[in-house]
Design a protein around this ligand. Structure first.
Ligand SMILES: [Zn+2]
Length: 209
């Protein structure tokens, strides 16, 4: 199974990735993790990435792609992968396609976890954390029980302005990719407005198409 998973923050992408990893025995490859790992291990690509980040620049696509290529060659990726957080733009999508062609392992599908922006906004801005016991609630979807008397706080990252900005960035990045993969016949749209189990079944059906 070789897929790219697209989903906004709050869409449940992390949870679904973990389920896919367990069920299909393929690794979830996140470029954020790859970067941190390469920098920590001081690999050649890692040092190049660190030099870029230290001077306040973005790590260039070739370096990131090199890391992904290295990761694909690890034994646990022999049956495929779930790519998360990459590609983020058309140039990266084209570069990825070219590399996978060279490796003889093209993508099977690109799964979009689709969720109404209004629902995402509620899910994300409704998050509250208990000051005392650290439990996470959602005032809209998972409010605390009547007996829970501690004070709830909202993290700065969950404030409306911040969430709004994050969702805007996500939309702007993802829209062209959706078009690109739809034109390539790879896009599978899954309704992410359901419980974890239902969404997982939808994804499982979508990737088998
Ligand atoms: Zn509490």
């Amino acid at each position: 199974m070789r897929i790219v998973l697209l989903g906004a923050p709050g869409s449940g992408k992390g949870t679904q990735s973990q389920l896919l990893v367990k069920t299909h025995g393929v690794p979830q490859i996140s470029t954020g993790d790859l970067l941190r790992d390469a920098v920590a291990k001081r690999t050649e690509l890692g040092q190049r990435a660190k030099a870029a980040m230290d001077s306040g620049k973005l790590v260039d696509d070739a370096t990131v792609l090199g890391m992904i290529r290295e990761r694909f060659s690890k034994p646990d990726a022999v049956n495929g992968f779930i790519l998360d957080g990459f590609p983020r733009n058309i140039a990266q999508a084209e570069a990825l396609e070219k590399m996978l062609q060279e490796l003889g392992t093209p993508l099977d599908s690109v799964v979009l976890m689709n969720l109404d922006l209004g629902i995402l906004f509620k899910r994300l801005t409704g998050r509250r954390i208990c000051e005392e016991c650290g439990k996470v609630f959602n005032v809209f979807t998972a409010p605390p029980a009547a007996g829970h008397k501690h004070r709830l706080i909202q993290r700065p990252d969950d404030k409306e302005e911040v969430i709004g900005k994050r969702l805007e960035v996500y939309e702007a990045q993802t829209k062209p990719l959706i078009k690109y993969y739809d034109a390539a016949g790879l896009l599978r749209v899954v309704d992410a407005d359901a419980d974890v189990d239902t969404v997982f079944k939808s994804i499982d059906r979508a990737v088998k198409k």
